[in-house]
Design a protein around this ligand. Structure first.
Ligand SMILES: [Zn+2]
Length: 758
């Protein structure tokens, strides 16, 4: 059949009419229902909210009525986003024309110019920003306008729009940024919130508040121009200082909660409403404050970060977890978690070497050679040196561990075997040691492998528990949406990592304040007013400082350093981590002192000769009390002729070390401070930290009786070892060390030092 010409004219009109007719279709109301965003709450051990996450879009929100929103926010939103909102029917035609013109000129979509109705449609169902999507959104927006009231569209907008930092909707935003419900917002606060949705990531007030504040002022000015507020109201708001709340309070223990969430599979998370963690929120807050205070104390030493973890020994619960100085500070990479970052532990692994040696039959009185020696290592021979640049002759195992001497640790590992230490550390949950043992070699005991603070603390907790290893726990219980507790996955059973006697002897040494005096001096921050075992570590070039230790009740791990690996200046385990470790321990035991470490039944006490390690006789000049596992206590009485001896015992050591002659020039040399060093007296630090530990290398000199220290040619002190503590006072000085030996006196080259005033 042939169409009459008239139909050709009418057809496009029918099509257009049909299209316009679709605008009469109501907007599907089901899509306006509040999003099903079921939140997952992470709480501390007592139910205190730490963090709330949403299972759908991953933000926080609660649906509110328009009547629950401050009128200021409604007006500010209109001024900021759509001042013709009450005049248009979903589209603002002049804006559309302008946008179209700009799009044609630039050849792509550049201009937003969306009405609030269009934004509601886009938030319900986000689409890529193409021209066709915009046309489709405009069509939906017009249908929305025909279906619901203007007030409902506004309510939809205010409940859906993202305000940045995972806050969707006004309720979440008002509570996040101002700690108040949206009904209580002031004009200044309302204008601030209205400034955020346009570019929530660009105007994130936690990164840089300036852009949001600039826009807030523009919005207040616009409100004044449009007569939405009275002029003096606007002026008051412009003068109002805005207090944006820090995010920490609604997002507590950020590293810990992130780790807990990361440890759950999607299947485990599904349907969960609450995760009751092991964390102690009040303790966490105090630990965070201690980290902040100590990093600020150490900032002149080039320190930007620190991390702390606290474990409860009895249950293995994580009580506190501070991953960085400030999670929300991108300048220091604050989101990196110092508890989980693998780094070199320095000396912090030595106790495990000695625990294995004790199990293998060595005792705390075993003499170990501390002398220049070479050890087989991957890629050739390895020559460990001590921190103080000095060898100490034959030392008892107790002194070797307490003073953290390197050569005896490597010699002991040579006896124990790298492979055994490696396997033991893996059994103790030091999972970061992912290379085969040969890769680390003898340096494993000196910390050449990388481990995390969590792993170190986990391993130390086994010592604290008398050799009984258990993995730490971070979750107490989980609850589904009906509030029913889910059955917890079964925990691996505790296992025996060390014999009770080996664990106890290591603990006794690490808690022995007297034994560490030769290396660390008196008044060390590690000397606590109650029994506490601890060990420090410092990685190469002062990049990392560690202190890990425990009382009978708690294990505490502390790391200080920089995430970018920048070395610190003159910050050691003792000055860097030690005071922070001390403060955390004092905090934990503020109300209740821990009990003494209790020896297992098979520990016996004997008085031994310090020089030979055998039972002391009447002729022994230095007698010490020592503890032994039954069956390993010495049975022979010392028969060394102490009158005839030159230095320490002449008896063959139980651990023998292949000696090699060193080829360094003979004669003392000051290795610290360096010539030309400049120090500054710090007005903040306590006087006891205003000291410099001067250190001399003896350069192979033998028969040292004492070192005399001269400041500006006047004798300022004498040391029996290679270090001497000098109190800083402003001025310029020349320091010299004079070695006194049986053959005479040898002076070091002078070192010039300047001390600046505060
Ligand atoms: Zn003796």
């Amino acid at each position: 059949m042939r169409l009459r010409p008239k139909s050709w004219v009418l057809a496009p009109l029918f099509v257009l009419g049909g299209l316009l007719g679709t605008l009469l279709l109501p907007f599907p109301r089901a899509r306006l229902a509040p999003d099903a965003r079921i939140s997952l709450r992470l709480t501390d051990r007592n139910g205190v909210l730490l963090r709330e996450v949403l299972s759908e879009k991953g933000g926080r929100s609660r649906w509110v009525q328009l009547s629950e929103v401050s009128p200021y926010l409604v007006k500010a939103t209109l001024a900021a986003e759509d001042r013709n909102f009450f005049l248009h029917r979903g589209l603002h035609i002049p804006s559309v024309v302008r946008a179209l013109w700009q799009n044609v000129r630039r050849g792509h979509v550049v201009s937003g110019a969306s009405t609030i109705s269009q934004q509601v449609v886009r938030n319900i169902e986000p689409r890529p920003r193409t021209l066709s999507a915009k046309v489709y959104e405009a069509w939906l927006a017009m249908r929305l306008e025909r279906t619901v009231s203007k007030d409902e569209i506004l309510a939809q907008y205010l409940n859906r729009v993202p305000y940045g930092n995972q806050a969707f909707g006004v309720d979440a935003a008002a509570r996040l940024y101002f700690r108040k419900p949206p009904s209580d917002l002031s004009l200044a606060e309302a204008a601030f919130l209205a400034a955020l949705p346009r570019a929530p990531s660009l105007s994130n007030p936690y990164h840089d508040p300036a852009p949001a504040l600039r826009r807030q002022r523009e919005i207040i000015a616009a409100m004044k121009r449009q007569g939405l507020v009275l002029p003096d109201e606007a002026d008051r708001a412009l003068a109002e200082p805005l207090a944006v709340s820090p995010p920490g309070e609604s997002f507590r223990a950020p590293h810990f909660t992130t780790a807990v969430l990361g440890g759950l599979t999607a299947a485990e998370r599904a349907g969960l409403a609450e995760i009751r963690t092991t964390l102690d929120a009040p303790l966490q807050e105090k630990a965070e404050a201690l980290v902040r205070g100590h990093v600020e104390r150490l900032v002149r030493g080039g320190v930007t970060n620190a991390a702390v973890i606290v474990l409860d020994n009895a249950a293995g619960h994580i009580l506190s977890w501070v991953g960085s100085y400030d999670f929300f500070d991108p300048d220091i990479a604050g989101q990196v978690d110092g508890v989980l970052s693998p780094r070199q532990p320095g000396s912090a692994l030595k106790p495990f070497t000695y625990a294995l040696a004790l199990e293998a039959g060595m005792t705390a009185a075993t003499l170990i050679d501390d002398a220049p020696a070479g050890f087989a290592a991957p890629g050739g021979s390895y020559r460990p040196e001590n921190y103080d640049g000095h060898y100490h002759g034959r030392v008892r195992l107790r002194s070797a561990l307490a003073c953290s001497y390197n050569v005896p640790a490597v010699a002991t590992l040579a006896e124990v075997g790298t492979e055994r230490l490696y396997r033991k550390l893996r059994d103790l949950g030091v999972d970061s040691l992912s290379q085969p043992p040969g890769y680390y070699g003898a340096g494993l005991t000196l910390g050449n492998g990388e481990v995390t603070l969590l792993e170190l603390s986990r391993a130390y907790m086994a010592l604290a528990r008398g050799g009984n290893f258990v993995r730490e726990r971070s979750v107490l219980a989980t609850f589904d949406r009906a509030g029913t507790e889910r059955e917890a996955p079964s925990q691996p059973a505790p296992s025996r990592a060390f014999s009770p006697s080996a664990a106890f002897i290591v603990t006794d040494i690490l808690a022995d304040a007297d034994a560490r005096v030769p290396a660390f001096g008196y008044g060390s921050p590690l000397n606590l007013p109650f029994p506490c075992a601890s060990k420090t570590g410092t990685s190469k070039d002062y990049r990392d400082n560690w202190t890990v230790g425990y009382t009978t009740d708690y294990t505490v791990g502390v790391w200080v350093g920089n995430f970018d690996g920048r070395p610190m200046e003159g910050v050691s385990g003792i000055t860097g981590c030690g005071p922070l470790f001390r403060d955390v321990m004092l905090l934990l035991h503020r109300d209740r002192r821990p009990s003494a470490f209790r020896p297992p039944a098979d520990i016996v006490r004997r008085t031994v000769c310090a020089a030979s390690g055998e039972l002391a006789s009447a002729g022994c000049s230095t007698r010490v009390e020592e503890i032994f596992a039954v069956g390993t206590a010495p049975e022979l009485i010392c028969d060394v002729n102490h009158d005839a001896e030159e230095g320490p015992a002449s008896r063959a050591p139980l651990v023998s070390i292949p000696r090699r002659v060193s080829a360094v020039p003979v004669g003392p040399r000051i290795v610290f401070p360096e010539d030309g060093a400049v120090f500054q007296v710090d007005p903040v630090l306590r006087a006891e930290y205003q000291k410099v530990r001067c250190r001399a290398s003896l350069g192979g000199l033998e028969g040292l009786r004492a070192l005399e220290w001269y400041v500006d040619e006047a004798r300022a002190g004498t040391s029996s070892g290679a270090t001497w503590v000098w109190n800083l006072r402003p001025g310029s000085y020349t320091i010299k060390a004079v070695a006194v030996t049986g053959r005479g006196r040898v002076a070091s080259p002078p070192v010039r030092v300047t001390v600046l005033g505060p």
